[in-house]
Design a protein around this ligand. Sequence first.
Ligand SMILES: NC(=O)c1ccc[n+]([C@@H]2O[C@H](COP(=O)([O-])OP(=O)(O)OC[C@H]3O[C@@H](n4cnc5c(N)ncnc54)[C@H](O)[C@@H]3O)[C@@H](O)[C@H]2O)c1
Length: 473
Amino acid sequence: MNNPDPSFNAPKITVIGTGYLGAAQAICMAVMGFDVLGFDVDHRKIDQLRAGEVPFYEPGLPEKLQEALASGRLTFTTSLDAVAEFGDVHFICVGTPQAVNSSAANVSFVESAFTGLAARISRKALLVGKSTVPIGTAERLTGLVSDISPLGAELEVAWNPEFLREGFAVQDTLHPDRLVFGVASDWAEERLRLAFKPLLDDGTPLIVADLATAELVKVAANSFLATKISFINAMAEVCEATSADVSLLAAALSLDDRIGGRFLKPGLGFGGGCLPKDIRAFKHRADELGVGQAVSFLGEVDAINNRRRIRTVDLVRELAGGSLVGVRVAALGAAFKPNSDDVRDAPAMDVARMLYLEGATVSVYDPQANANAHRLYPDLNYVDTLEAAVEQADVVALLTEWEEFRRADPDYLGGMVRHRRVFDGRHALDAMGYKAKGWEYRALGRPHQPSTLAMGGTLRQKEAPSPTSGLPR
Ligand SMILES: NC(=O)c1ccc[n+]([C@@H]2O[C@H](COP(=O)([O-])OP(=O)(O)OC[C@H]3O[C@@H](n4cnc5c(N)ncnc54)[C@H](O)[C@@H]3O)[C@@H](O)[C@H]2O)c1
């Protein structure tokens, strides 16, 4: 895929916003053979990237950054004038966090990036939004851009929603499941086809749509995934009121080809910088559009997800004997999913904080996310190893299913704790293995004594997805 055909007129690419999405985009486009200029308002991030350092944890990305820098095709700047001068196709990848005091998306960073560029660009170019935005944003920005730009309507807006998963950013950027182009003209489509030529030549499926549909694809995909996760977690709630076992239920459901096992693993639920805020913003936007009823179920999807966090605290308290005051809890994991250092709306951090507020002494250990977690919740105690976390623990709580925690030997851990009690928030541990070593084992949606019925046959190989390994964004 490297070095596209020299005869093809490759557009010069800029990437505005070099966070989790934009850095991967800039680096991978340079690896694909394009000349790329990355820009961010955060000078520290730009200095790090220039120095060959990825500002966050993403497996495989540091190696790709080295490759891209060595090729001479990737450079970084903090000058928006330089960006305007350089690019033919500008990808806007800035954040759209949840607004303060509202469930709406804060699109002010997107607006500022579009208008800042529109005021500076003096030759025909394409502004492409990749950020996740409320439906109608692209159309509104089209008007704003043409009002501000010296080129008027010559400066076009397109939308190219992004589906990459943190932890798999390189794979997902270089080999996406599909591309979606939201365009208002043939010219915009043709520019995007050039910008993604290596991927299209590789056979990546493409959907060309209008701007609104492209915006909707992204929030609809995230809503579907969130709903699937909350569906099985709703079943876990029902299991908890009976003696049913949600693990076996999920295994049986997943063997139905119409349902499938991905995203059907019960546990502590979803989090991160996208899914929670995207479903809230979608619901908010649907209300504004007068179709709130159509997606009102997303409110329940969100509520089920949040109840899992509260139920987790209940189970840890139960394991501890009814009170958390003075109880030493080893909180294993802080990131919203393994292979990421992202702690935005992370279930693990929410749980750790609630345990702490109830009087527990919480030792948090995450293989990559301790620093980010500490910045967000400085009150908690962070330790640098699994051993330090479990030392003298009354309860061990697995909150993010890092491989290191899955692999840990229950007997080895048992030698360090004060009490052999484990809460498995991700259904990631070998329940029987722990019980055999004298641990009291609890998990969401499973009876106190987990069923010993085998999930036999080929099930374990065919369908045993990690609960959040595929979690998007
Ligand atoms: N993180 C993911 O895996 C992922 C996946 C798909 C879609 N998205 C969407 O992509 C967008 C970005 O998400 P992210 O996770 O990369 O966020 P992020 O917070 O990691 O990165 C955003 C970056 O934008 C920069 N920025 C803010 N305003 C700017 C401006 N005016 N000009 C230039 N840079 C500016 C910030 O400094 C930051 O570096 C969001 O809309 C998100 O929903 C993210």
